[in-house]
Ligand binder design. Structure first.
Ligand SMILES: [Zn+2]
Length: 167
């Protein structure tokens, strides 16, 4: 079977630090920033038809991206949260450390939530989100339609667990 896919690239800047997955004194335990580069790929069963208008895709991505861009992304149990909140810093909190794997997973879930309202999922095989933290470090989230973890129910993506919160 022939497949066709589209890829939309986007980027954002954010600060983060890891508190559970690295020991104290590790460079990633210190608050620091990255310029993240992302690619969202939508693989379909379509051949020549348009999968989704790129401008529409851009709009969908932007509805998710603002939560990450120029934010401090932290583990929801990080002791920095109280301090930064008092300083009116904008944060995005994750359950678990904001590793590139966790960030890709969370952004992927959020994108699915938005995309389900913007395109026909019946011809989609899978969605792949790649996020590079540095030139050589890339996280990938793949959602194959039919996965038991996530499923589409009447235009709502049902998640397997509550993974995110915002401040
Ligand atoms: Zn980092």
């Amino acid at each position: 079977m022939n497949n066709t896919s589209v890829i939309r690239k986007f980027d954002f800047a954010a600060a983060h630090r890891l508190i559970e997955t690295v020991p104290e004194g590790h460079p990633c335990n210190n608050l620091h920033g990255h310029n993240y580069e992302c690619e969202l790929e939508i693989i379909t069963k379509l051949n020549r038809e348009m999968i989704i208008d790129f401008s529409k895709l851009k709009t969908v991505i932007n509805t998710v991206l603002f939560r990450f861009d120029h934010k401090v992304i932290l583990n929801s149990s990080d002791s920095l949260i109280c301090i930064l909140k008092n300083l009116n810093q904008k944060m995005f909190l994750l359950v678990g450390d904001p590793t590139v794997e966790n960030m890709t997973f969370c952004m992927g879930h959020l994108l699915m939530h938005e995309l389900v309202f913007s395109m026909d999922f019946s011809k989609v095989i899978s969605f792949i989100l790649r996020m590079s933290e540095t030139m050589n470090s890339i996280g990938t989230y793949t959602w194959n339609l039919g996965d038991s973890q996530c499923r589409v129910q009447e235009r709502t993506v049902v998640l397997d667990e509550d993974i995110i919160c915002y401040i």
